[in-house]
Every structure is written in structure tokens, then in C-alpha cells.
Design a protein around this ligand. Structure first.
Ligand code: KG4
Ligand code: ZN
Length: 335
């Protein structure tokens, strides 16, 4: 079966064709980073306008590179939430129109579920149950993934997402958006022990996170500093230390409660090599395995939507939200 996946929930327009026999046939991605760079974050109206301009040319390229036509597609899967409403509406309207004119079934995909299922494309040995750690610019959560469609959110951020902690710190120190990769680079040259930032709610007996207090602490530190390159490096290093301690600490708590031996890490922040190494060595210390999708599949993309659409269809979970989109769509309330 051939599945078309369409992702437009935030600032990436992603389309892909997934073949249930042959795997991923083709994928197309347009990242809007440059459009939003001057604003230090995603501007929803600019984002939805750009999705509207891009989807059709991207679809044409996609079909051409896979040597397929609309008629070859058996299922149209698209992101129906969570995400920015205007952006979701572009994808939803586009997907519905394609499904209607080609008389094919349609699948409304939850973006977070797609992030959790994406690693199965690359790691056939992965199996349920597992812990999902989603760390991006919009999400920070630990999920107990029990089976396809059955998830329990064990903890999530009470305020900022972990990617926001990186982006806001970068913005404060006059760096570009997105801040994560820049902070990671600066941190490599920081001097360990220069600062000691808090590890917010690390010792609370739950799997939640909170990063807004850390942001305030960093703001005060920066304001009182000489604002030099050295300070940028040392702040970056300690931010990374603090965030990683929180992530590993809460994973440890989740593991003590449920004992799963697989951890799937996804979302843009999982590109961070320091965080990867710390989580992997934690996983090995408890005889567990950490799974990371390759970079292209851990940030937003169309392939994960096509793949999730297929897996849900295969599991008999064809779900159609009709014209509705869900800017907030909790993972534990899918149907
Ligand atoms: O998953 P993603 O591409 O988009 C969504 O937020 O949905 O994640 C983007 C986030 C941004 O906050 C960015 O700063 C962060 O991921 N990020 C990183 C790194 N690369 C991207 N954070 C830390 N270290 C990195 N190397
Ligand atoms: Zn995402």
C-alpha cells in the first residue's frame, strides 16, 4: 500500500510517500527557519501562508521523484494536531481535497504519535512497551508507549519546552534562531563549574519538567555579567548540564516506576550530541537501549506522518477528524 504523508503543523512543510513493502520512496521538506529568523520564533501567520504556497509544488516534486501519480496513492495521511491552527488547516484542507478528488481514504494523524512511531522505520528490533522522550521547541514529555494508539503521559513540562529554554537563552545573548545548535557549539568551549544553575523540580516525585525558572535565572546571570563570548560559552554549558540532568533524572524516575528497557528519543533537541551521550550512558547503566531517529526523522517531516498513517491503518485505527483540526490534541485522548 502506498501512503502519502503531509506535515504542516509548525514551520516545516513535509511530504513523503511510504510504501508498505518497499519503505520510504521519496520525501520533500521545506524548512521556514529563514522566514522566522528575524523574529526569534515562529510567526503563525507567516508560517501558514508559506505552507499554502509550498504544498502543491512539493507534492509535484514528490510524485515526480518517486515516479508515481495521485492515482497510485492508497491512503492520504496528514497532521491534524497538535500545532498551529492556521498551519494545520492548510494541511488538512490540502489532504482532504486530494483524498476527495482521487477517492481515497484519509487518516488524521497526531503529530506527537508520529514522532513516537518514527524510530520503527529505522529500528525493526524496537518493540512496545517503551518510554518516549519527546524534546522539541513545542514539546517536552515522557510517555509510556504501551501499544499503537495507547499512550500514557507520565510527565510533561509545566511551562516552557526544553527547545524554548535553548532558543530563549540564545535570543537573550543576542544569538540567532533556532538557538539550540548554537548553544551546543558554544557549550563545547565552556569551562565546567563557572556557573551553577538550578535543576528545576528535579527532586519532585513525578516525571514533570519546568524550565521557566531556569530561564529567569539565566536572564539575571547574563544581565549581571560582562556579556562576553566567554560568558556565552559558560552559560551555554551550564544550561545544557541543567537541562540534561533534568531529562535523565526524570527518565530514571519513569524507569523506576515502569521498568521498560527501550527509550525512544525524538524532537529537534535530540540532535544535541551531549544530551544523546548522557541519555545513552544512562540507558546502558540500567540495561536499556536508547533509540534515536536519524536527524532528518527526529525533526518535523512528512515521512513520519506517512509511516504513522500506515501503522495506524494496519492496526485498524483509521481515524478521520473530517474538517476539524486540533491545535491541542493530547496523546492519551486520540480517538
Ligand atoms: O522538532 P523541532 O525541529 O521543531 C518543533 O519544535 O516541533 O525542534 C526545534 C527545536 C528548537 O527549539 C531548536 O533550538 C532545538 O530543537 N534544537 C536543539 C538542537 N538542534 C535543534 N536544541 C539543542 N541542541 C541542538 N543541537
Ligand atoms: Zn514535532
Amino acid at each position: 500500500m502506498l501512503v502519502l504523508g503531509i506535515e504542516t503543523s509548525c514551520d516545516e512543510t513535509g511530504l513523503a510517500l511510504y510504501d508498505s513493502e518497499k519503505g520510504l520512496l521519496a520525501d520533500e521538506l521545506f524548512s521556514q527557519i529563514e522566514i522566522h529568523q528575524d523574529y526569534g520564533g515562529v510567526v503563525p501567520e507567516l508560517a501558514s501562508r508559506d505552507h499554502a504556497d509550498r504544498v502543491l509544488p512539493l507534492l509535484k516534486n514528490l510524485l515526480k521523484s518517486a515516479d508515481k501519480t495521485l492515482d497510485d496513492i492508497d491512503l492520504v495521511a496528514y497532521t491534524a494536531g497538535p500545532g498551529l491552527k492556521g498551519c494545520l488547516l492548510v494541511g488538512s484542507t490540502f489532504a482532504r481535497t486530494l483524498a476527495y478528488i482521487s477517492d481515497k481514504p484519509i487518516m488524521s494523524v497526531n503529530h506527537v504519535e508520529a514522532h513516537l512511531l518514527a524510530p520503527f522505520m529505522e529500528y525493526p528490533e524496537l518493540s512496545f512497551p517503551f518510554f518516549g522522550l519527546l524534546i522539541s521547541g513545542g514539546h517536552t514529555m515522557i510517555v509510556d508507549a504501551k501499544s499503537i494508539g495507547e499512550y500514557e503521559i507520565m510527565g510533561e513540562t509545566l511551562d516552557d519546552a526544553v527547545g524554548e529554554a535553548f532558543d530563549k537563552t540564545a535570543k537573550l545573548m543576542g544569538l540567532d534562531y533556532p538557538g539550540g545548535p548554537l548553544i551546543e557549539k558554544l557549550a563545547k568551549e565552556g569551562i565546567q563549574g563557572s556557573y551553577k544553575f538550578p535543576r528545576p523540580i528535579l527532586h519532585k516525585p513525578n516525571c514533570d519538567f519546568s524550565f521557566s525558572g531556569l530561564k529567569t535565572h539565566i536572564m539575571l546571570t547574563w544581565k549581571a555579567s560582562e556579556k562576553t563570548k566567554e560568558v556565552q560559552k559558560n552559560i551555554s554549558l551550564e544550561l545544557q548540564n541543567s537541562v540534561t540532568d533534568c531529562l535523565v533524572g526524570k527518565l530514571k524516575r519513569a524507569h523506576n516506576e515502569r521498568g521498560h528497557s527501550s527509550i525512544v528519543i525524538s524532537g529537534g533537541v535530540s540532535a544535541n550530541q551531549f544530551i544523546r551521550e548522557r541519555i545513552t550512558s544512562f540507558a546502558h547503566s540500567i540495561n536499556a537501549e536508547a533509540y534515536y531517529p536519524t536527524k532528518k526523522f527526529c525533526t518535523d517531516n512528512g515521512a513520519m506522518i506517512a509511516y504513522a498513517g500506515f501503522k495506524k491503518y494496519e492496526a485498524g485505527q483509521l481515524y478521520d477528524l473530517k474538517g476539524e483540526v486540533k491545535p491541542r490534541w493530547p496523546l492519551d485522548r486520540l480517538a
